[in-house]
Design a protein around this ligand. Sequence first.
Ligand code: ATP
Ligand code: MG
Length: 339
Amino acid sequence: MKKLKEDVVLTGDRPTGKLHLGHFVGSMQNRVKLQNEYAHCFYMVADIQALTDNAENPSKVRENAFEVVLDNLAVGLSPKKTTFFIQSQIPEIAELTVLFLNLVTLARLRRNPTVKDEMKQKGFGENVPAGFLIYPVSQAADILFCDSNIVPVGEDQLPVIEQANEIVTKFNSIYGETFRKIQPILSRAPRLIGIDGNNKAGKSLGNAIYLSDSLKEIKKKVMMMYTDPNHIRANNPGKVEGNVVFTYLDIFDLNKIEVEKLKAQYRLGGLGDVEVKKLLIDILENIIAPIRGRREELAKNPKFIENLLQEGTEKARAIAKTTMKKVREKIKIDYFKPI
Ligand code: ATP
Ligand code: MG
């Protein structure tokens, strides 16, 4: 048997909605691959992070905790290879977050480009929940409590990992070598655009094709996709750049020769939007149908999901306790034997 690498992989999703094609190509495919290469893999339901901008909607977060696990199992993450756990059930992560907060300035938090973008998108302005502003610090704790150093993410998360690495450097320089540098792993399509042409498909943006979408929904969404507004008739020459249908074909159609031919024909004129969209619908249905099927099967057995989450959370909690013991010693807050 092949020897598995000893690094620790951590990944996760915010339970703010079902998962979509952006997750699939941006992170999930890598997760499935990495679980076969690394001995220690963790998957976290980031419910505390989801609450940072959904505090008034706990039911949404609770319901989706189950859905994101279903999605990940359906694409092939295996509870035998990956430990599934729930962020809120590991109080040590919150403790670590509080300690890390002393190593970050408010100015640095406000400069994080991802947080800045998301704040704008959500219209927070000065009324940003403090928990949301500091989510990169909490994410550093998510990664480091289990000594993870490999994190498969979409491109939008790179600035968050960069900030986590600054915390690693600062912590180690003050308290002595403790945490390892984190390496983000990007996929072949690190940022899938939305069906509306927005620069990112996102759960909270409502512009994504979900892994649970029916064929009818896929058709409706592809038909709504932004193309070239000047390509009114099939025989007009059309633009491929910025055309969402072609962007998706570039990522999801593995027959690259076919895509190049279609692009040439579209540029020249003589290829209608509906024709290209029909091809994309077929390709997406081929990818999503088996995932949707597995998802429906798994959904019939909620007890199985509950059990694997409970077992995984217990395992993660034990690791968290060991890490916190070490951290408390380093920071000299190890007064008594643990209570
Ligand atoms: P929300 O809008 O609630 O933030 P989201 O769609 O951004 O939801 P997350 O749970 O925040 O999803 O992200 C989970 C993982 O999926 C992260 O690693 C993120 O970078 C990746 N990801 C999310 N959207 C995309 C996308 N459009 N393209 C590539 N990767 C993505
Ligand atoms: Mg997000």
